[in-house]
Design a protein around this ligand. Structure first.
Ligand code: GLN
Length: 494
């Protein structure tokens, strides 16, 4: 018999509605899975056993009353630990927020609760979402469920790992430069970054506000659409949220790709991309062509500078956003005696980890008088060029495709001492963040060491419908059904 923890959201939801099992059964299944895998993975920072149990019982009671809120009712979902959850510890994986319990729910959390989802707990991330491997967490790194000697990617590595391992049916992450799509690729699951403004960020601990977006992790494209549908839409509490209709995703799946124009990005298929990743992406692109799409090569000439521009813009914005962690309003306060200024300086020095400190210093420097125009101003001009490249490309094609990550999952420790090598992990994902456009990663295969490869589909702003249409075609063409080694029910604790 299949373990319930291995079902998709669609299958689990169908079983719930037919009364084949209960939401409490689903929660027990993922909790049992977590009790086996967590010793190796450390995907969760907090498991909210009590809250989840109450939500599952409430969902079962609603089913018994014939009251069905929607496809997520009764489904266990995990949350990245940079989203505020009322009364449940929220740390952003930083010592500075150790033990902090927010007094309110983020809008996405509230929406998932309203949809009847069962929120299992909070997943590990790189501190304040700064990183690509989840090794920058102040609470220890997360490992990859396909091979625990490797990283799960980051910064939403805990969310990716939990969905791959079966300790949640879906999860939310945040993506500033690739932090949903890159770990999704490295963990063999689907990960999606919505159009900037489609999902409210109220209650998301801010990293770089002109780039941050919340989006779903899932095991299938259809499940991704269901989660996005539950969280998308205008929110008066987020002034950057779009006041307009949300995409109709259910209608976009299984439509095929006949006559769609698919552009493969030249610059993201060149130097620095692992040959096995490149080969797998080319094969899938040719299969799209065989399925009726028109495949063309498209150049995004400014994408070469996107990574450098991002690593000025993101630190600049983070230096402003993280100023609020001063030992007065939130979290850690230094015990060292001195002036108020000393207290703030010591609190920050003690509370922030090395990567966060590096970003704040870089960002403060890039914004300082005399350097502003040469660094931040120049980066903003590059950002405009990247946007223009995308706009021109979308006059010729409906979607763009590329690898999601230049390599498969690297070994734990391999890039930890080399920030530039780590930053390069996001070379394929950052351009869509700068443009504010949606993008999704779909698993298409494994390399010769058995580690998953992700295929990225990018679309113009609010082009989620066509993007999911292509994503669902890629999913069925690739036929990738393999599961992570640690997602097997016969895995026992080491
Ligand atoms: N890895 C990138 C960074 O460290 C992206 C992070 C993210 O998307 N949150 O900035």
């Amino acid at each position: 018999m299949t373990d319930l923890a291995d079902l998709t959201i669609a299958e689990a939801g169908a079983g719930l509605r037919k009364g084949e099992f209960s939401s409490v059964d689903l929660l027990d299944a993922v909790t049992r899975r977590a009790s086996i895998t967590e010793a190796q993975l450390h995907a969760y920072l907090t498991l909210d056993a009590k809250g989840a149990r109450a939500a599952a019982e409430a969902a079962d009671a609603a089913f018994a009353d014939g009251d069905v809120a929607g496809p997520l009712q009764g489904i266990p979902i995990a949350l990245k630990d940079n989203m505020c959850t009322k009364g449940v510890t929220t740390t952003a994986s930083s010592q500075i927020l150790a033990g902090w319990k927010p007094p309110y729910d983020a809008t996405v959390v509230r929406r998932l609760k309203e949809a009847g989802a069962v929120l299992t707990g909070k997943t590990n991330l790189d501190e304040f979402a700064m990183g690509s491997s989840t090794e920058n967490s102040a609470y220890g790194e997360t490992r990859n469920p396909w091979n625990p000697d490797h990283v799960p990617g980051g910064s939403s590595g805990g969310s990716a790992a939990t969905v791959a391992a079966g300790s949640a049916f879906g999860a939310l992450g945040s993506d500033t430069g690739g932090s949903i799509r890159q770990p999704a690729a490295l963990c063999g699951v689907v990960g999606m970054k919505p159009t900037y403004g489609l999902v409210s960020r109220y209650g998301l601990i801010a990293f770089a506000s002109s780039l941050d977006q919340i989006g779903p992790f899932s095991r299938t494209v259809a499940d991704s659409a269901v989660i996005l549908d539950a969280i998308a839409g205008w929110d008066r509490r987020d002034s950057t949220s779009i006041d307009g209709p949300v995409p109709n995703l259910a209608g976009s799946l299984d439509r095929g790709v006949k006559e769609l124009r698919v552009g493969i990005v030249t610059e993201l298929m060149g130097e620095g991309i692992d040959p096995q990743v490149k080969a797998a992406v080319s094969t899938t692109a040719s299969q799209l062509e065989a399925a009726g799409a028109e495949l063309v090569e498209v150049s995004l000439p400014s994408s070469e500078y996107a990574l450098s521009a991002y690593y000025l813009i993101a630190p600049a914005e983070c230096s402003a956003n993280l100023a609020r962690f001063d030992g007065v309003r939130y979290g850690h306060r230094s015990q060292i005696e001195g002036t108020t200024e000393d207290m703030m300086a010591h609190s920050r020095a003690e509370g922030f980890g090395p990567e966060v400190i590096r970003r704040i210093l870089l960002g403060t420097y890039a914004l300082s008088a005399g350097y502003y125009d040469a660094f931040y101003g120049q980066a903003q001009r590059v950002r405009t060029l990247v946007r223009t490249d995308f706009a021109e490309a979308y006059e010729k094609v409906d979607v763009l495709v590329s690898p999601t990550s230049p390599t498969t999952a690297f070994r734990v420790g391999e890039r930890a001492a080399d920030p530039i090598a780590m930053y390069y992990s996001d070379v394929c994902t950052i351009p869509s963040n700068l443009a504010g456009d949606p993008a999704i990663s779909v698993p298409i295969g494994v390399d010769d060491t058995g580690l998953p490869i992700g295929f990225q589909i990018m679309a113009p702003a609010l082009g989620e419908e066509i993007m999911y249409q292509v994503a669902s075609a890629v999913e069925s063409i690739a036929g990738f059904t393999q599961r992570a080694v640690l997602a097997s029910s016969d895995v026992v604790a080491p």
